[in-house]
Write a protein that binds this ligand. Structure first.
Ligand code: FAD
Length: 440
């Protein structure tokens, strides 16, 4: 057996470079910690660059749109604007104003911000094993293109979206589908050569009615409330339309998730692409403006909305969201509705009353079973419903900023992550532009 490659020792090790992980690494390094970020993919950004093109969560939905996320996420937008257009799509429905960007530009923006902050970037590296002693993560084993490698650190951040670090460390988590129905998955796709003006003459309701009719006529469209939107490139539309189940029943009436079975995940990727082709056929045949269009890009991988959610010191709940709960240790805000892409044909929405916002407590980022691990992004500690509100990318970036800051302060001061005065954390976050309380 070949010897394992030693990749070194760091103050903060971040697994996953999506919106949450990249923000965490940038924050940790800016706070002076020797920081490593690891991703299995050959590029940075995870879902933000591999699947999507619109940040939600920067603004509250409703008649009055308030900006509730700032700091590193603002630097991301500034970096995008240097490379090309960024389009704010006002939306009083849905999750509020969306910020649409070019995902290819975002890959470079994330890289620039990470490199400029001094973060060591490790791509093409898949976490496979975690060594833990008494709740302290000591090291990680990664499958790299050069062979198995190890990395050690003082503090760790699970930003893998699917809680891979917690999974391999045997920390407790809830599998999506175990308690509440799991959110479905989506292969996104882009269409070029669309007559956008003509497309805009067709309303959302007309689009959904056309989908219903197409199904009656034999098209295979599992979701009948899919959406399309303009992009930063002329005559190009992006879609969030396909629907692939992330959980299925097994013969002994247990549930099986896509992450339990590598063949299930593979079949789902194939299914998502087949569906995308069918939705593209529908658009070309049935939707005004698409007559001369063509399918141009499929998402790099299937978008997973939820898979594993780690148990933290606190779990944010549906009630917290719908009563706009605030917490003494809140590190970010969220105004997005509970948006549940269940396995039926539609989507369920539940709004925070009076355009309110819910706080995200630091305790929901502290992994219950560990003394030196934080969890951020779509695998943070929340119930299914609360997660369905707080999972937008702006909130992932805000959570990441907070976790990176906490991990850096702990590492530099030889403290435990739970042993830091919250006022010190708050001070650094506010100085960096984070928004912790509702602006008037
Ligand atoms: C179809 C879909 C549509 C959505 N629409 C929107 C939208 O329009 N706007 C919005 O704001 N939000 C949207 N969301 C939600 C939002 O995109 C996600 O919640 C968010 O991007 C999650 O960010 P993250 O950083 O937690 O995880 P991810 O972006 O998924 O990043 C996780 C990273 O970890 C890496 N990783 C995982 N396991 C390992 C491992 N073992 N070893 C190494 N690396 C690993 C992955 O490669 C990935 O890069 C959508 C989600 C989906 C799936």
């Amino acid at each position: 057996m070949a010897a394992r490659i030693d990749l070194g020792d760091f103050d903060v090790v971040v697994v996953g470079s999506g919106s949450a992980g990249s923000s965490a690494a940038i924050a940790a390094s800016r706070s002076g910690a020797r920081t490593l970020i690891i991703d299995r993919l050959p590029f940075i950004g995870g879902t933000s660059t591999g699947v999507l093109d619109t940040f939600y969560g920067f603004y509250t939905p409703g008649e009055v749109s308030r900006k509730i996320v700032g700091g590193i996420p603002d630097d991301v937008i500034a970096g995008l604007k240097k490379l090309g257009p960024v389009v704010e799509r006002a939306n009083t429905y849905g999750a509020g104003t969306g910020v649409t960007y070019n995902p290819e530009h975002l890959k470079v923006v994330w890289e620039r911000l990470l490199v400029d902050a001094g973060v060591k970037v490790l791509l093409h590296s898949l976490l496979q094993e975690v060594t833990v002693s008494d709740g302290r993560v000591l090291s990680l084993t990664l499958a790299t293109r050069s062979g198995l490698a190890t990395v050690s650190g003082k503090n760790f951040i699970d930003a893998s979206g699917d809680a891979d670090l917690a999974y391999f460390a045997n920390f407790s988590y809830e599998r999506a589908g175990e308690i509440s129905p799991a959110q479905t998955m989506t292969t996104t796709f882009r269409m070029i050569n669309v007559d956008v003006k003509k497309r805009k003459s067709f309303t959302k309701d007309q689009l959904h009615a056309a989908m219903e009719q197409a199904v009656l006529d034999g098209y295979q469209l599992p979701r009948r409330e899919g959406s399309d939107h303009i992009t930063t490139v002329d005559n190009t539309m992006a879609t969030v339309m396909t629907r692939v189940d992330s959980v299925r029943a097994t013969t002994n009436s247990e549930i099986e998730s896509v992450l339990d079975n590598p063949f299930f995940l593979s079949e789902s990727e194939i299914n998502g692409r087949e569906q995308a082709l069918e939705y593209a056929r529908f658009l070309i045949d049935r939707v005004p403006g698409y007559e001369n269009s063509a399918l141009y890009g499929l998402s790099t991988f299937l978008g997973i909305r939820e898979s594993r959610r780690v148990y933290g010191d606190y779990r944010v709940t549906r009630e917290d969201v719908l009563t706009a709960q605030h917490f003494d240790d809140q590190i970010a805000l969220c105004g997005a509705p509970i948006e549940d892409h269940h396995s039926g044909t539609g989507t369920n929405w539940a709004y925070i009353p009076n355009s309110g916002v819910v706080g995200i407590p630091l305790r929901a980022l502290q992994v219950k079973d560990s003394i030196n691990t934080l969890v951020v992004g779509r695998c943070f500690s929340a119930t299914h419903d609360a997660h369905a509100s707080i999972r937008s990318m702006a909130q992932c970036m805000a959570m990441g900023t907070a976790a990176g800051t906490v991990a850096a302060i702990a590492s530099k001061n030889f403290k435990e992550i739970r042993g830091i005065d919250f006022n010190d954390i708050k001070k650094v976050l506010k100085t960096g532009g984070a928004i912790l309380e509702m602006p008037n």
